[in-house]
Design a protein around this ligand. Structure first.
Ligand code: ADE
Ligand code: ZN
Length: 343
């Protein structure tokens, strides 16, 4: 039955071009594809049905989720698997009017299982090229280091990435945050900076405000992934505002990982009120119940965001991207035209 009360926020969200800046490609592995790849590759999985997989996606914290996320990626073995995974994500993004994506992958999650760096990277890069040609979605690929592993492993991964670096936009830092402060990776981030790569890091998802400060000061990141807990430190907030640092917030992820007790407590509106360049992203949409459009809709409804605030979030997604100045301006001009027509 058609929705009897069309939601103006949803209509505006649908109409706005968007960029997604925080998406783990392995976190877009839907249970149906998990099953299909397990069968295709002869990999045993401890679930009897797609429904049983979905039922297992109940988490009380980040580590709970990570345990099942690393188990899930065990079905990804071939270049074709990574291609199929990435193209499926891009097709979903296209349906949400996403024009540009900067996606993460976790090479150490694959190499430690005997899957070569290039198998993952080439499959993802092939699909990103196809996504641009067929769907008109531009992209950047960000190589994330797993912070629960040591820096030697991260340095070896950066070294292994050598032949692909011309097609890799930057490096990031993800996985278990507590007990693994950004400074643990100071040398590998300095090396990546020396190679001309962009730098991002997860910080302040579960970790305290000093982790955000460390990511900025010790790693020199261009962007903070999550950053929720930065709001606990007024001086840090003032700096994030004055330096126009982008935070890639993930509302449904925050809810599912119990970073927030309810969407009405999402920090997105507070961040906008403070003048922070906040963006909306899906993180691991197959595990957290929604792609980027669903994240915008959920947070816009729960926080009763104004049209201006929704437009600001879309504008921020391009302003905070690693696109050229010219491309950013072009996307933002389109957003302004849609905002003017909507008003
Ligand atoms: N890896 C995948 N999703 C993640 C998240 N939300 N935080 C840290 N590491 C991750
Ligand atoms: Zn993440």
């Amino acid at each position: 039955m058609p929705d009897p009360s069309p939601n103006w926020r949803h209509a505006l969200i649908d109409a706005l071009p968007k960029a997604e800046l925080h998406l783990h490609i392995e976190g877009s592995l839907e249970p149906e594809m998990l099953f299909a790849l397990a069968r295709r590759n002869g990999v045993a999985i401890p679930f009897a049905s797609v429904e049983a997989v979905r039922a297992a996606y109940s988490f009380t914290n980040l580590q709970d989720f990570l345990d099942i996320y690393y188990q899930g990626m065990g079905v990804l073995l071939t270049r074709q698997d990574f291609f199929d995974l990435t193209l499926a994500y891009l097709t979903r993004a296209k349906a949400d009017n996403v024009r540009h994506v900067e996606i993460f992958f976790d090479p150490q999650g694959h190499t430690e299982r005997g899957v070569a760096f290039g198998t993952a990277a080439d499959g993802i890069l092939d699909a990103l090229a196809e996504g641009e040609a067929r769907l008109g979605i531009t992209s950047g690929l960000i190589l994330c280091f797993l912070r629960h592993l040591d820096e030697e492993s991260a340095l070896a991964t950066l070294n292994e990435a050598g032949p692909w670096l011309g097609r890799i936009a930057g490096v990031g830092l993800d996985s278990s945050e507590l007990g693994h402060p950004p400074a643990k990776f100071a040398r590998v981030f300095a090396a990546a900076r020396g190679l001309g790569l962009k730098l991002v890091a997860h910080a302040g998802e579960e970790g305290p405000p000093p982790y955000v400060t460390e990511a900025l000061d010790v790693l020199g990141v261009d962007r903070i992934d999550h950053g929720n807990r930065a709001l606990e430190d007024p001086a840090l907030v003032a700096r994030i505002v004055s330096e126009a640092i982008t935070l890639t917030v993930c509302p449904l992820s925050n809810l599912k990982l119990c970073v927030i007790p309810g969407l009405a407590l999402s920090p997105v509106k507070r961040m906008l009120d403070l003048g922070i360049r906040a963006t909306i992203n899906s993180d691991d949409p197959a595990y957290f119940g929604g792609y980027v459009g669903a994240n915008y809709r959920a947070v816009a409804d729960a926080l009763e965001l104004s049209a201006d605030e929704i437009v600001t979030l879309a504008r921020n997604s391009f302003a905070g991207s690693f696109l050229s100045e010219e491309a950013r301006a072009r996307h933002i001009a389109e957003i302004e035209a849609i905002a003017a027509a909507f008003a």
